[in-house]
Design a protein around this ligand. Structure first.
Ligand SMILES: Cc1cc2nc3c(=O)[nH]c(=O)nc-3n(C[C@H](O)[C@H](O)[C@H](O)COP(=O)(O)OP(=O)(O)OC[C@H]3O[C@@H](n4cnc5c(N)ncnc54)[C@H](O)[C@@H]3O)c2cc1C
Length: 324
């Protein structure tokens, strides 16, 4: 689709994953001019399919994005491939500069930039991330059901993760790695659910023919596995939204950082909206899309009030003209 850098759009959306595209769809259908600037790296890109998205279950992430872009463009929305590198407030809205040196401007701005999964620093983890190194049972649990699954314990939530994955397989092992030792109560829960606890630090994730085959511990022992569960730190992509004065907060559950919005997606800074993983670290694809719709509608409501204020000013001026 042609894009016009000189246009001042009604809405500029940074990030074209599920949240950003859904916001753009709502805005396009609301007859707003909308531009989406997208780096093309949705968080779930390493996964083979999107699960738990009713009617789209198993669709490859890139295909879902292609379909979403086409729907947005069908309503006149503009999708630009590129990375935003800075954001600023202007007298009547916002501008964003891209890595290619272009400037996009709009009356309102919405950040749907997602998050970065900071993975544990163990050789082999990144290589298998999203295929057999996993974090979310709702995303991948079905695919690894009844398989040999281990939890790489790096924090106090590891026991909970082990109990959670036990729903999908009875072959669960918890490697104590760098986490605090389970309490007596937790040990009892793990034992009751048949979950083995192995003490020791995992030094590498092993592969055979490109497939995860197990983990090696610091005592040299190897443990065969089909999947390894990790707990990434969820770091919201907030550089740009922070440039506009939105505060970046540590998540209350200690799992990462995020920005706060009201229930409709408005941040504390007027005119700045956010949706998806950047504001809700736990959001899945379908809930990120719902979030985007909500924020897009709120942004449109905000523009409607501004349009109405402007119209009232013009109307009053016209009424004040002497009748000839
Ligand atoms: C391995 C894995 C598998 C998953 N599987 C599932 C699953 O099966 N089902 C499910 O519901 N959820 C799944 N999830 C979660 C899912 O990825 C997120 O819920 C979803 O991607 C959040 O959507 P979003 O639009 O907020 O962010 P994203 O999808 O991450 O999209 C953000 C977009 O913003 C762009 N962007 C960021 N910064 C900039 C910038 N400065 N300029 C321009 N563009 C920018 C990125 O390139 C990206 O395209 C999975 C996650 C992972 C890690």
């Amino acid at each position: 689709m042609t894009h016009f850098p000189s246009v001042r759009y009604d809405a500029l959306i940074v990030g074209g994953g599920a949240a950003g595209l859904s916001a753009a769809l709502a805005l396009g259908r609301a007859r707003r001019s909308v531009v989406v600037l997208d780096g093309g790296e949705p968080r779930n890109a390493p996964a083979s399919g999107v699960h738990n998205f009713l009617t789209r279950d198993g669709t490859p992430p890139a295909e879902l994005m292609r379909l979403g872009r086409a729907e947005v463009e069908g309503y006149g929305g503009v999708v630009v491939n590129g990375e935003a590198v800075s954001a600023a407030r202007t007298e009547d809205g916002f501008t964003v500069t891209t890595a290619a040196g272009e400037t996009l401007s709009a009356r309102r701005i919405l950040f749907a930039t997602g998050l970065v999964d900071e993975l544990p620093d163990v050789p082999g983890v990144r290589e298998h991330w999203g295929t057999s190194v996993l974090h979310c049972p709702y995303c991948h649990g079905w695919e690894v059901q009844d398989r040999a699954i281990a939890i790489l314990a790096t924090g106090p939530k590891a026991v909970h993760q082990a109990l959670l994955f036990r729903q999908w397989s009875d072959r669960i092992t918890l490697f104590s790695h760098t986490a605090p030792h389970p309490t007596d109560e937790e040990r009892e829960q793990l034992a009751a659910r048949g979950i083995d606890v192995v003490e020791g630090r995992v030094v590498s994730v092993e592969s055979a023919d490109g497939t995860l085959s197990g983990v090696r511990l610091d005592d040299g022992t190897e443990h065969p596995l089909d999947a390894l569960v990790v707990a990434p730190t969820f770091t919201a992509r907030t550089d740009l939204v922070a440039q506009l004065g939105v505060e970046v907060l540590p998540h209350p559950m200690g799992v990462g950082s995020y920005i706060e919005t009201d229930a409709m997606g408005a941040t504390s800074v007027p005119g700045v909206y956010a949706a998806g993983n950047v504001t809700d670290l736990m959001a899945q694809v379908i809930t990120s899309a719902a979030d985007g719709l909500r924020a897009g509608a709120a942004l449109n409501g905000d523009l409607i009030m501004e349009d109405t204020r402007d119209a009232v000013t013009v109307y009053r001026a016209a009424q004040a003209q002497p009748v000839r």
